[in-house]
Design a protein around this ligand. Structure first.
Ligand code: URA
Length: 239
């Protein structure tokens, strides 16, 4: 990879900033100052420093985003359609990010964005049974019978059956409920369809954790940060 590309991709600055840094003799490769921005370097084995600081090459990046409502988890860049990856700043523009488990356009909460395809596969594969937790509000009061129905598994239409899941009711009064739902699969509109199978309607849905990693309460809708090493290890150990 070209030196200027590596530095720009790893967030040192724009291609132009990076060229200036190189011309200003601030960049070293394996201890030697270099002035050619087009120098070919190996991101894995060459040691690149800028102003004495190591520029670490990361082949994969893992972001935790608080997905806002009204934005698609992913998409094909159709005009006028906002997609979560568009909310991610230039520092990550090198990476082609996809969600590890989608959320509906009107759903909010924890969305993990990464360019690691194997990680995505493992998080969403029903065989791996990675638990996803949702906070929901419903129209219609959820009750003990619904808790049992979730536990048994529900026919959610189109010939599909949702496996055993947990429903924990927080509040059920005046024709509405608040609850926590824990599922280990990710069928299309799964939570909404499970609630519908109980005769109620989801009016709000927010994913609050995946594989025991919780949405950072410090992230406002649309904000994101990299997963910590502990969070990433936790998720990788789950799969
Ligand atoms: N289940 C749903 O119905 N919608 C989501 O966005 C996620 C889970």
């Amino acid at each position: 990879m070209r030196l200027d590309k590596l530095l720009a991709n790893m967030g040192t600055g724009s291609r132009r900033d990076v060229k200036k840094l190189i011309a200003g003799r601030h960049v070293k490769v394996n201890g030697a100052t270099v002035t050619d921005p087009g120098l070919e370097v190996s991101p894995e084995s060459d040691e690149v420093t800028c102003r004495g600081e190591r520029v670490q090459y990361k082949p994969f990046v893992y972001l935790m985003m608080n997905k806002p409502g009204g934005v698609l988890s992913c998409g094909d860049g159709a005009p006028g359609v906002k997609v979560c990856a568009d909310l991610v700043g230039d520092d990550y523009s090198f990476y082609e990010l996809s969600p590890a488990g989608r959320l509906d356009a009107d759903s909010e909460g924890l969305l993990i964005l990464t360019n690691d395809g194997e990680f995505i596969h493992n998080i969403i594969s029903p065989n791996k049974k990675v638990k996803k937790t949702y906070y929901i509000r419903t129209l219609g009061e959820l009750n003990e019978k619904d808790i049992e129905a979730f536990k048994e598994g529900l026919d959610i239409g189109n010939g599909e059956k949702a496996k055993s899941a947990e429903l924990e009711i927080i509040k059920s009064e005046k024709g509405a409920s608040e609850a926590i739902v824990r599922i280990s699969e990710g069928k299309y509109h799964q939570v909404k369809r499970m609630v519908k199978a109980c005769g109620k309607t989801v009016t709000y849905l927010k994913r609050i954790s995946v594989g025991g990693v919780e949405l950072d309460p410090g992230l406002a809708p649309g904000e994101y940060r990299e997963l910590t090493d502990d969070e990433l290890t936790k998720l990788k150990n789950k799969t």
